[in-house]
Write a protein that binds this ligand. Structure first.
Ligand SMILES: Nc1ncnc2c1ncn2[C@@H]1O[C@H](COP(=O)(O)OP(=O)(O)O)[C@@H](O)[C@H]1O
Ligand SMILES: [Mg+2]
Length: 359
């Protein structure tokens, strides 16, 4: 993959009255990248996408495309295309005419229009449906038409705001794979907004996690999971067990335990810092079992166990620290009955130091 930047967002700020929708957002998006903006509702994703498209002016900061400041240029003067949540297909037009519309408006030669419609019908796997009208299509098929229409003009960047939100779960999962395939096939830079972490993890090469108008972390999916920057990212991306601690010289203390030697990332002494561990890294100890690895060992009570296919999730209530720990183990592991006392081991090497996110 080329590492050349197509879009550079430099310290973008946007306010709506008292609300800071974008708070000094800086992001570089690379050529042919599938980039996701991920975060809870209201964190500023759509505002940022609209700013790239040219809808709405920033209060400060700038957005460059191929190194050129987009300034206040109008949406139709930008080599980007935004696909909105409502697909807005023309109901009376056949699929092929819906797709050709933008090229016809640009007065391209008829044979070129036909060739390009043919090409994107292939990419979107819609040849058989080319003569149908939108009401004769399923939700997923309409979504493909909208996508075909958005890519046919060969924008430098395609912006998609929650493109799969209207689809049911199964179709959404199929379309995530499809969207990724199409992006790969046409070799286009995609910027996709979603509030669904699984969706972002499935599709994106890199993800920017946003909260309260700020970017908390930009990283590939695996890195977000393995090395989350703070406790918000840690809990937003998958499940994370958290123990509340305090930084001391040489590591972190949690009530009732020796100092856990861990890199606190420059947090000042006495600052609150959570220790995080993924459920798959927690060990449920059998009675009398000792553990060789340096670990935090906590006594608790098994609350419930749920079987999820090949795995089981056990929730353990730990009294001393008043937390619940989820343990993920293969379903064949000997299980402890609900209500029985148990011990869990949290190996030091699997612990992550997680500061609070910036306000
Ligand atoms: N046109 C607007 N007028 C006033 N407030 C707005 C406007 N657009 C967005 N906001 C506010 O800015 C914040 C970010 O909104 P938005 O970018 O739509 O979030 P997201 O897409 O992440 O859900 C929210 O608090 C929202 O209410
Ligand atoms: Mg939005």
């Amino acid at each position: 993959m080329s590492s050349q930047n197509v879009i550079s967002i430099e310290s973008a700020v946007k306010r709506f009255g008292d609300v800071i929708a974008l708070d000094r957002v800086s992001i570089e998006i690379r050529e042919n990248e599938f980039f996701a903006l991920l975060g809870p509702s209201g964190c500023g994703k759509t505002t940022l996408l609209r700013a790239i498209a040219g809808f709405g002016v920033l209060d400060s900061g700038r957005i460059l495309l191929d190194g050129k400041d987009l300034g206040h240029s109008k949406p139709y003067d930008r080599p980007v295309n935004m696909m909105f949540q409502s697909y807005a297909l023309f109901p009376h037009m056949r699929v092929r005419d819906n797709i050709a519309y933008g090229l016809k408006a640009d007065h391209l030669p008829k044979n070129e229009i036909e060739a390009r419609v043919d090409e994107v019908l292939g990419i979107a796997d819609m040849h058989a449906l080319a003569d149908r009208r939108p009401h004769e299509l399923s939700g997923g098929q309409r979504q493909r038409v909208a996508l075909a229409r958005a890519i046919i003009k060969r924008p430098r960047v395609l912006l998609l705001d929650e493109p799969l939100a209207a689809l049911d779960r199964k179709l959404r999962q199929e379309m995530q794979i499809e969207l990724k395939r199409m992006q790969h096939e046409i070799g286009l830079t995609f910027v996709v907004v979603t509030h669904d972490q699984e969706e972002a993890m499935t599709m994106a090469d890199r993800i920017a996690v946003m909260r309260n108008g700020r970017v908390l972390q930009i990283a590939p999916p695996q890195e977000l999971y393995r090395r989350p920057a703070d406790r918000f990212v840690a809990s937003f991306i998958g499940t994370m067990n958290l123990l509340e601690g305090t930084t001391v010289a040489g590591g972190v203390t949690i009530p009732g335990h020796e100092t856990v030697p861990i890199d606190t990332g420059g947090a000042g002494l006495g600052s609150p810092l959570a220790l995080g561990i993924r459920p798959g890294d927690v060990r449920l100890l059998t009675e009398g079992e000792e553990i060789d690895e340096a670990s935090i060992v906590l006594a608790g009570i098994v609350e419930t166990t749920a079987f999820i296919g090949s795995q089981s999730h056990t929730l353990v209530r730990v009294h001393e620290t008043a937390v619940a720990i989820t343990v993920t183990a293969s379903a064949s592991t000997v299980l402890v009955e609900d209500g029985s006392p148990c011990r869990v081991a949290l190996p030091y090497t699997a612990l992550l130091a997680l500061p609070d996110p910036p306000e």
